[in-house]
Design a protein around this ligand. Structure first.
Ligand code: MN
Length: 316
C-alpha cells in the first residue's frame, strides 16, 4: 500500500450534531446510526480503517453543514470555536495520525478571519473547510475580504465542500436520484469555485489556495471551454480562467475513485495539484485506498498524489 494523507475525512463534534441530522432524513436509520458512530469516533474504529486503507494521516473536518446552517451569527461564531477546541484536543491525542481543518462561521467575516488565524497559529490546523454557501452567500462575497486576506497571509488552504443549493435547479425536478451527491452537488460546488475565479478573487488574493473534492467537481474537464467563453463574453481578468484553476485550486479524489477522471485532473491541472481523500465515512475508505494503490499510473505520480503533494501543501 502506498502511504497516504487523506484530506476529506469527516467528524462530528458535540455542538454540531443537530445541524447534521436534517441532512440524513432520506438515509435509512441503520445506516445513519453507523455513520454517526464513525463520525463521532476518534479511536480504534477510525484508526483501523485508516490502517487498512494505507492512510498515514487524516486531515479531519466537520461533516456539513455545521454552523453554516445557523441563523444567529454570534451563536455560529461561538459554536465554531467550541468545535475547533474539541477537535484540537482529539487531534492532540494522536498527533501522528490526525491533523485538522478549522470549522469557520463566515457569517461574521472579521471573527472568521480571527478564528482561522487562531486555529492555524495556536491549534496547528492546516486550513479550513467551508461547506459551500452560507444562507445563499458564496465565498466571493465582497464582505469576506478580511477572511481571504487572512487566509492568504496564513498560507491556509480553504477546502470548499458540497452542500445543497438554496433552491434545487428545475431541471432536477421529479428526478430525486440526481439530487445531492449524484450530480447536484458537483454543479453547485463547481459553480461556487468558478464564482471565485470569475469574480477576480484570485487577482485580489493571488496566493489564496482553494481545495475541491470529487476530482475537482468537473472543472478539470472544462478548462478550455471556460477560457473560450471568457473571451467571447469579454471577461475582465488578468489571466485566462484556466490559469487560476491551475494556480490557485487543488483537487482531491474524494468520492471519485476512477482512473479516467484522475488522468484528466492530473493532465489538466498538473501532477502536483491532485491529492488523496476518502470522504470517510460517506465513502468506503478501503475502496478509496485500493483505488489509488492499484490505478495504472507511474509510481512516483502515485506517491505524489497519495502523500507528497499534500505534505507540501499542508506543511506536514
Ligand atoms: Mn465529504
Amino acid at each position: 500500500m502506498v502511504k497516504k494523507i487523506a484530506l476529506e475525512e469527516h467528524v462530528l463534534t458535540p455542538g454540531l450534531i443537530d445541524y447534521w441530522r436534517p441532512t440524513m432524513t432520506e438515509v435509512p436509520p441503520a445506516l445513519t446510526a453507523d455513520l454517526f458512530k464513525r463520525l463521532t469516533d476518534f479511536g480504534d474504529l477510525r484508526l483501523e480503517t485508516m490502517d487498512k486503507s494505507g492512510i498515514a494521516r487524516a486531515v479531519l473536518s466537520v461533516s456539513g453543514p455545521g454552523v453554516q446552517a445557523e441563523r444567529d451569527a454570534a451563536v455560529a461564531t461561538r459554536k465554531a470555536r467550541e468545535s475547533n477546541d474539541f477537535l484540537a484536543v482529539e487531534i492532540q491525542k494522536r498527533p501522528d495520525r490526525y491533523a485538522g481543518f478549522a470549522h469557520i462561521a463566515v457569517q461574521d467575516p472579521k471573527s472568521a478571519a480571527d478564528e482561522l488565524e487562531r486555529c492555524v497559529r495556536d491549534l496547528g490546523f492546516k486550513g479550513a473547510m467551508i461547506n459551500g454557501h452560507t444562507h445563499g452567500q458564496y465565498l466571493d462575497h465582497p464582505s469576506l475580504a478580511p477572511f481571504w486576506e487572512r487566509a492568504e497571509a496564513l498560507d491556509a488552504v480553504v477546502y470548499i465542500h458540497p452542500t445543497d443549493p438554496i433552491t434545487p435547479a428545475p431541471v432536477l425536478d421529479g428526478v430525486p436520484a440526481l439530487r445531492r451527491a449524484t450530480w447536484e452537488w458537483g454543479f453547485e460546488t463547481g459553480s461556487h469555485a468558478l464564482r471565485l475565479v470569475f469574480s477576480g478573487l484570485f487577482d485580489r488574493y493571488p496566493k489564496a489556495k482553494v481545495a475541491l473534492g470529487h476530482m475537482g467537481e468537473t472543472l478539470p474537464y472544462l478548462l478550455w471551454r471556460f477560457d473560450s467563453r471568457a473571451k467571447l463574453y469579454n471577461v475582465k481578468l488578468a489571466k485566462p480562467p484556466s490559469q487560476y484553476i491551475k494556480d490557485n485550486i487543488v483537487v482531491t479524489v474524494s468520492g471519485v475513485f476512477a482512473a479516467e477522471p484522475l488522468r484528466c485532473a492530473v493532465d489538466a491541472l498538473g501532477r502536483d495539484k491532485v491529492m488523496f481523500g476518502a470522504d470517510y465515512p460517506f465513502e468506503d475508505a478501503i475502496e478509496a485506498g485500493h483505488f489509488l494503490d492499484t490505478v495504472p499510473i507511474e509510481e512516483s505520480l502515485r506517491e505524489d498524489i497519495a502523500y507528497n503533494n499534500a505534505a507540501k501543501l499542508l506543511n506536514i
